[in-house]
Design a protein around this ligand. Structure first.
Ligand code: ATP
Length: 149
């Protein structure tokens, strides 16, 4: 039987390798919309925006937060060079909520356009992290605590 064709995915940031593994499909936050990558995809080099990267393999799915970057597809290899990347399970949602609240508060008082653009970027990143953490939470619901009495 012919071997099933898969993609080999690597997600890298300046601090190191965040994810490495096989995939049947990758859905990435492309600069001009979501991009679905399947095996045998044509060579591609594209920018990524802030968002969720979904890596599907053998019926399961791993989701990562990507803070923008680049993606290269070639010979069934998908390389994501991200400004920031975290696996959903590594996201500290409370920290992201706090970062969003703080940036929003500063934005309400910011005078200059440059300050505003930077703060809007921070808010967008925090919202992206919260979104990915929520996806993860929905996927693996916490076990009900036993009721007392
Ligand atoms: P904070 O204001 O909460 O420190 P930040 O926006 O300043 O967040 P970044 O500069 O975007 O943080 O990222 C710094 C490092 O911390 C990066 O390596 C990033 O992956 C990680 N990081 C940031 N926020 C979170 C989070 N909510 N959960 C997990 N890792 C995070």
């Amino acid at each position: 039987m012919a071997q099933r064709l898969t993609l080999q995915v690597e997600v890298v940031t300046t601090t190191g390798l965040v994810f490495e593994g096989p995939a049947d499909e990758v859905i990435a936050p492309g600069g001009e919309g979501q991009l679905g990558i399947l095996p045998r995809h044509a060579p591609l080099m594209t920018t990524l925006t802030i968002g969720a990267l979904h890596i599907k393999h053998a019926g399961s799915e791993e989701t990562l937060f990507i803070g923008g970057g680049f993606m290269e597809v070639s010979d069934n290899r998908v390389i994501v060079l991200a400004d920031d990347a975290e696996r959903a399970s590594d996201i500290d949602e409370a920290r992201a909520e706090e970062a969003r609240r703080r940036a929003q508060q500063q934005l309400d008082q910011a005078a200059g356009d440059i300050d505003r653009a930077a703060l809007e970027g921070e808010i967008e990143r925090a919202i992206g992290r919260i979104h990915v953490a929520e996806i993860q939470r929905r996927r693996r619901p916490r076990r009900e605590l036993p009721t007392q009495g």
